[in-house]
Every structure is written in structure tokens, then in C-alpha cells.
Design a protein around this ligand. Structure first.
Ligand SMILES: Cc1cc2nc3c(=O)[nH]c(=O)nc-3n(C[C@H](O)[C@H](O)[C@H](O)COP(=O)(O)OP(=O)(O)OC[C@H]3O[C@@H](n4cnc5c(N)ncnc54)[C@H](O)[C@@H]3O)c2cc1C
Length: 322
């Protein structure tokens, strides 16, 4: 049985940080990240309910004040609206921080949001606009004839289609693979830890050398970590318990906080760090849209996908067959 509702894939395990500050000025993906973050303002105007509980702002610091200053400088020179805050301001803004850094980069336009809820809002808006959905059913295969798509096989039924958008995250590898197409999609695991708590602790996303944490609107504390499967002592639960000790060390917290879940998500990625969207050259009518960081990119690549399919405006984010 496939997922019963929107946002049950890796999206439901995402941290939900919409930002450019984790991008690298000069990298091929950087301009796209900036465009994608700006697209959130369009989304806010078009679909206000999508962002109703999004929280703005993040504070980031590195191991040394010099490194933090360099980070601020790099992003300021790239034209981002970031500011270097001093210790007294950080302490006032985030009074539960136990080891207040000498300085931190404040990125005011960042957003923290619930990716699964956002996915649900998109689907509700699509339904209101006349779309139909079939959750809980698996696409067994993409059907083709004479080099073009004809439909998708679902259970014992075939749904006819002249355009098929593959937005199945890491499952694209199998779906396209069955047609003999290597899209180059790979997966990179990351860990989302959720800690149950009932009181407000942090107001912004905090990212220091030891901890990346934010608090959801229901006060759950969320921590994102990179993940490498590596023996019993490094299973998600064990990492979650160790991270709790770090969190208690970094934040002024009571003893009754518990690890509620520790979930690994396989992030769909391409090794060049760019997403892919566009018609695949191998089969007419077959469109791919996937890439990292998918929550940040979603409103932008969603719009570009619609514009390309409906208006023929090419996005050029897929290698040209020539
Ligand atoms: C710990 C962690 C933190 C992260 N933090 C961030 C962040 O802060 N910001 C950010 O932008 N990104 C973040 N990401 C990455 C982000 O989660 C992904 O880039 C994004 O969710 C990918 O979305 P997707 O729709 O491509 O894939 P998915 O969310 O996996 O969606 C694919 C959907 O396709 C469905 N599907 C698959 N195969 C089939 C089939 N055969 N038939 C029918 N349906 C099918 C699945 O059920 C699923 O619902 C994070 C990821 C992790 C794990």
C-alpha cells in the first residue's frame, strides 16, 4: 500500500528550513536557491494558508567568531539580507541558549515550516482547482507505445495520459529504470529527530557546530542530522539519545524531554547538486521533477513544471539530448 496522504515520503521527514544561508555563493545551484526562496513570497500571496504557521529567521554560528564573520561576509557580499549579531543580542533573543556564541549570523528571511502540512495544502489547492487524487495506490509501471507515454498502471487499472510527471522522489530510479532510463538520481540519507515538549524554548532556527534545532508550532523540538548507517551504536534511536544529551548541554531545558521519533529519510539527489525538471529525451511525454533541497525548491520547480507543460516554456534544467 502506498502513502495514504500527502507528505508521507521523505518530505514528512524534512526539517523544513527554507533558506539560502546554507547555499554556497558561486555554486551552480546558488542562483536557483535564491530564486526558490523568493518564490515563497509569491506562494504567500497566491496561497496564504500555505505559510500560516511558518516562523521566520535563523541564527547560525561556526566554531570560531572568525569563521562566523566570514560566513556573514560571504553572504552579505552575495547580496543576501543577513546581519552579524553580537552576544548580548543573541542572549536576549534566545535566552535558553546556555553557551551563547560571541556572534551569529541572523538570516531574517529564512522560514521554518512543516513540509508535510505544506504538501497537504498544495494538494488541497489542486483539488479545489479541479484536480483529482488517488492516494494509497501504487503506480506499478509507466506504459508506453511507439516511443511515447500512454498511461500509468495502477492496481489492475490503466489510467490513460499524454503527459506523465514523475515526482516520486527516490522511487524515480525504479520507475524510469523499468523503461531503461538512467536519470542519475541517487539517494542520500539524513536523520530527523523529534523531541516531545510542551513549552516554547527557541524562537528561531538555531544552527551551531553541535546542533541544528528548531521548534514546531506544537512545541516539538526538531533536530536534523546527516546519517551514515554504521553499526548498532549508530542506529537512529541511539543517535537520538546522544543528541538529546547535546541539546541539554546547549539549551536550558527540563529533564522530562523525550525522544519521540528518529526517522531516516532518503533524500533524492543528483551528484551535481542541481535538481532535474523537464521532458526526458528517451520517451515522449515523460517529465521528471526531483532534486535537493526539495522543500525549498518545491514552489519554484512546481511553477516551472506547470509553465513548461502548459505553455511550452523550457526550463533548461535537464541536459539537452543533443
Ligand atoms: C532529515 C532531513 C532534513 C531535511 N531538511 C530539509 C530542509 O530543511 N529543507 C529542504 O528543502 N529539504 C530538506 N530535506 C530534503 C527534502 O525532504 C527532500 O528534498 C524532499 O522532501 C523531496 O521531495 P519529493 O517529493 O521529491 O520526495 P518524497 O517526499 O519522497 O515524495 C515522493 C512521493 O512519491 C510517492 N511514490 C513513490 N513511488 C510511488 C509509486 N510507484 N506509486 C505511487 N506513488 C509513489 C511516495 O509515496 C511519496 O509520497 C530534508 C530531508 C531529510 C531526510
Amino acid at each position: 500500500m502506498m502513502d495514504p496522504k500527502p507528505g508521507c515520503g521523505v518530505t514528512g521527514r524534512a526539517f523544513g528550513w527554507v533558506n539560502v544561508i546554507n547555499g554556497t555563493p558561486g555554486h551552480a545551484s546558488y542562483a536557483l536557491w535564491r530564486e526558490a526562496v523568493a518564490e515563497y513570497q509569491r506562494l504567500k500571496a497566491a496561497l496564504p494558508e500555505a505559510l500560516f504557521d511558518a516562523r521566520p529567521g535563523s541564527l547560525i554560528w561556526r566554531a570560531t567568531p572568525q569563521e562566523t564573520e566570514q560566513l556573514a561576509d560571504l553572504h552579505q557580499r552575495a547580496g543576501e539580507d543577513v546581519e552579524l549579531l553580537k552576544r548580548s543580542v543573541i542572549a536576549e533573543w534566545e535566552p535558553r541558549l546556555r553557551r551563547v556564541p560571541e556572534c551569529a549570523v541572523f538570516s531574517r528571511n529564512d522560514l521554518a515550516l512543516d513540509p508535510a502540512r505544506l504538501a497537504g495544502t498544495y494538494v488541497a489547492a489542486a483539488l479545489a482547482a479541479g484536480a483529482s487524487t488517488r492516494f494509497g495506490e501504487k503506480v506499478a509501471a509507466i506504459e508506453t507505445a511507439n516511443g511515447r507515454v500512454t498511461g500509468i498502471r495502477v492496481s489492475d487499472d490503466t489510467l490513460k495520459a499524454d503527459v506523465i510527471v514523475m515526482a516520486a522522489g527516490s522511487a524515480i530510479k525504479v520507475l524510469a529504470g523499468e523503461l531503461g532510463i538512467d536519470t542519475g538520481i541517487e539517494t542520500s540519507p539524513a536523520l530527523l529527530l523529534r523531541y516531545a515538549y510542551s513549552m516554547p524554548v527557541v524562537s528561531r532556527i538555531l544552527r551551531g557546530p553541535r546542533l541544528e534545532v528548531r521548534q514546531a508550532s506544537d512545541n516539538t523540538l526538531l533536530v536534523a542530522k546527516s546519517y551514515v548507517e554504521n553499526g548498532a551504536e549508530n542506529n537512529p534511536q541511539a543517535i537520538g539519545e546522544r543528541t538529546l544529551a547535546v541539546m541539554m548541554d546547549e539549551l536550558d531545558l527540563p529533564d522530562d524531554i523525550v525522544l519521540a521519533s528518529a526517522d531516516v529519510g532518503d533524500r533524492p539527489i543528483f551528484t551535481d547538486g542541481m535538481p532535474r525538471l523537464g521532458f526526458l529525451p528517451q520517451v515522449d511525454g515523460l517529465y521528471i521533477v526531483a532534486g535537493h533541497p526539495g522543500v525549498i525548491l518545491a514552489p519554484l520547480i512546481g511553477r516551472l513544471t506547470a509553465e513548461e507543460i502548459l505553455d511550452g516554456r523550457r526550463t533548461e534544467l535537464i541536459p539537452d539530448p543533443s
